[in-house]
Design a protein around this ligand. Sequence first.
Ligand SMILES: *Cc1c(COP(=O)(O)O)cnc(C)c1O
Length: 412
Amino acid sequence: MSQQTQAKTFEVEKIRKDFPILNREVNGYPLVYFDNAATAQTPKQVMDAIVDYYSNYNANIHRGVHSLSQEATDKYEEARIKIQKHFNAEKAHEIIFTSGTTHGINLVANGFSSILKEGDEILVSAMEHHSNIVPWQMLCEKTGAKLKVIPMDLKGELIYAEFEKLISSKTKLVFLNHVSNALGTVNPVKSIIEKAHSVDAAVLLDGAQAAPHIKADVQELDVDFYVVSAHKMCGPTGVGVLYGKEEWLEKLPPYQGGGEMIATVSFEKTTYAGLPHKFEAGTPNICGGIAFGAAIDYMNEIGFSEIAAYEHELLEYATAKLKEIEGMKIYGEAAEKTAVISFNIEGLHPYDIGTLVDKMGIAVRTGHHCAQPVMDFFKIPGTVRASFSFYNTFHEIDLFIEAIKKAKMMLK
Ligand SMILES: *Cc1c(COP(=O)(O)O)cnc(C)c1O
């Protein structure tokens, strides 16, 4: 299919009308937003859900007998069910609202501190976000467990044979991202989960970067924990979910103490509430949770397979155009990847490129992308990262390529 017919069937211009921010100018140029892997933009439908909440039924949940509180509780629990259905969790109480991916990972890591013993091993991949490295290092310090790293190759793919060598009866946990934020690699999570389960190790997938592009089915994957952030999938910042299998969530101790997570409290003994409330201490981001539900509805209305197909076209188009530029080096050329391109131009610092294209209205990310070990692996300080979403266009890629060429001339 040519890009024009694809773009037409996908109706990107109609979709773009849902995103008011895409009409603004930056430094005198129309905004080209290619930093979607850091945070995605918000459609009107999600903003409407936020305004509706504060205009009509703002109240604390699960507490009041009054009508507003009841309405807010119902809407919040409806959002949980939307998210449950989206990820195909078996039970609604397996969906725990969090403040985002980082919170979800820390919750699980903290829980495992009472399960792991000295000599146990944890496997992580070589392409993790810092939020999926540091909590496990802290856990290892606390428990005496050992952290081992599944290496990757120069294409940015995990070396499966090395994973098979590393995993053993000592392995209690395997943690990796479903999709790498620095390279876009889609990891072979299904076979990793199967292998991990064969030695009774639990698997946590960091789905932050996968969720905007791939509709994960947690039952089909048979994954033990899956964590995401709403803001990477058209929702607000500061909210996300942790999916956990019921048996695991029952086993893990609560993360934070406070209101909402208790059954009874006395100074002698407190008993904890059941799932999901055991992990939801204090007043949550009520509006955020409801808006997350609206974002999931919005994306499903467009359709995840349509989104993935269109974004793949954008990726192929941009990759081919970038490769025509002399001195171009792309990091991460996995056979299966999402619409993320990390690159450098020989002799130029990524930060200089990022700063110059910003002057032309183009937002890209520069730096280590919270994945310093990935940068160390390629022996570079950082990259320029362009990451596309379903509301981006081929025309924007053309503008980006022109801007890169201009920046290159100015810097040489
Ligand atoms: C963005 C991201 C995170 C962190 O998400 P927060 O919303 O900042 O908690 C973790 N892992 C990956 C792969 C990400 O892309």
